[in-house]
Write a protein that binds this ligand. Structure first.
Ligand code: PA5
Length: 427
């Protein structure tokens, strides 16, 4: 079960001084659908809705993809791929494509316009059988739409028009060019509810279909998400969401304008990417918002650790930790002890990792960085579901505390409009 520990902010914002009143108002506006962007709060009951209406279709779709493909190409950008990638890497492995498995390799395309990246994916597929899951809520985002053209043409060349149809799986909203193409060409379609925005869609088809293809138990994941949503709906200072949202907003008001999400597990990397998009796109508007960044330790201790310890004191650090490690190794004994590490011989590497984490936290706190700790059981479907629900709720509530609409992204639309205009004038 996910827990929040605020003892690391005590020197900066003592927990007994935390003001939960703005949080209570924000949560009420969210729960009663009275806040800005209320038409995009359908994610609040998304897990139950998906269990009832789409789970069977998702499991059947994943079976079909797994049976006919050695490779799945997931095409999407932002909220249309980060939830899936984060889950696959956290629950299975950051090296998912390299591990021994009976599920397809998965490549993510349509998140850049780099010909280098696209050509590399095409080369990596080689002559293997593949399917495509193209994901776009609007159905008109340029990067994934362009990538889809390439892979659709490849599929049609390899399997013919009829064969390609069986290998194209479309996840999209109720309107838009992609919906139109999918309906007129007869592709399998996975509906993305209109009342759920891209970055809040990890617990529906964009996140779940690729994860099911990767062998993740999405039924378990959805059941855990449904319980987590209930747990985090409680309007009380005992709710971990209230504790996190209130603490980070209080620290923000004291001038802490940047939040670093830190983790000691490399396969958490894409969870960090997903989190950055969720908070960055939701909170950063009207001149306000905490800037989200993420670090992976120990790696980043040797690049940005110095900045954390000694740079400007404008940061909050939020650690995500897992109480049980999925794997553990004993440190070998070496005759002669030439590296002087025998004092650790026989010890568990998981314990050493935890001990380093403890040391880093206390160094950062004494260096002037308030630390929030979020802990989950282990890196599995349940923790993924809890983290997604926890951060989505916290983000929406934080957004309302800030007085902004956490469900739109006018800044992203601005770049899209500029880009289209410039591209139309290309020779
Ligand atoms: O959160 C959002 O809505 C965005 O980040 C979208 O996920 C992203 O822009 C992709 O949009 P679409 O799914 O419409 O292609």
């Amino acid at each position: 079960m996910l827990q929040v520990n605020l003892s690391g902010i005590q020197d900066f914002a003592p927990v007994e001084t935390l003001d939960y009143y703005p949080t209570s108002l924000a949560h009420r506006a969210l729960a009663e659908h009275t806040g800005e962007g209320k038409e995009f709060t359908g994610w609040l009951n998304l897990p139950e809705r998906i269990i009832q209406t789409q789970l069977k279709q998702l499991l059947a779709g994943a079976d079909k993809i797994r049976n006919q493909s050695e490779v799945l190409v997931v095409i999407g950008i932002g909220g249309s791929y980060l939830g899936a990638r984060a889950g696959i890497e956290m629950i299975r492995s950051a090296n998912y494509n390299q591990i021994k498995k009976d599920t397809p390799d998965i490549y993510f395309a349509g998140k850049s316009m780099s010909p280098i990246e696209l050509a590399e994916i095409i080369e990596l597929i080689g002559d293997r059988d593949f399917s495509v899951n193209v994901v776009s809520k609007s159905g008109g985002t340029l990067e994934p739409s362009l990538a889809f053209r390439f892979f659709k043409a490849m599929l049609e060349k390899k399997y013919g028009a009829q064969g390609a149809k069986k290998r194209i799986f479309v996840t999209t909203g109720s309107a838009g060019a992609l919906r139109h193409i999918a309906e007129s060409d007869g592709y399998d379609i996975f509906d993305l509810p209109d009342d759920v925005g891209g970055r809040y869609s990890a617990l529906s088809a964009p996140g779940l279909l690729p994860q099911a293809c990767a062998g993740i138990d999405i039924e378990k994941l959805l059941n855990a998400a449904s319980s987590a949503m209930q747990q985090f709906s409680r309007q009380s200072p005992l709710n971990p969401v209230w504790q996190y949202a209130t603490a980070r907003q209080q620290l923000y008001r004291q001038g802490r304008s940047m939040e670093i999400l830190s983790c000691f597990e490399p396969s958490f990397h894409y969870m960090g990417e997903w989190w950055k998009q969720l908070f960055g796109e939701s909170e950063g508007k009207n001149g306000v918002g905490i800037f989200p960044a993420s670090l992976l330790y120990s790696t980043d201790l040797h690049s940005l650790g110095q900045y954390l310890q000694d740079g400007p004191r404008s940061m909050i650090e939020t650690f995500v930790e897992f109480r049980e490690s999925r794997e553990d190794l004993r440190i070998p004994f070496e005759i002669g002890d030439r590296d002087s590490l025998n004092y650790l011989a026989g010890k568990s590497l998981a314990t050493v990792n935890k001990t380093v984490e403890k040391a880093v936290k206390s160094a950062h706190i004494s260096g002037g960085v308030p630390v929030i700790s979020i802990s989950c059981d282990t890196m599995d479907e349940t923790s993924y579901a809890e983290l997604v629900c926890f951060f989505e709720m916290s983000c929406a509530i934080s957004g309302y505390i800030l007085g902004i609409n956490p469900f739109d992204q006018p800044g992203v639309e601005a770049y899209k409009a500029n880009m289209k205009q410039l591209l139309k004038s290309l020779d």
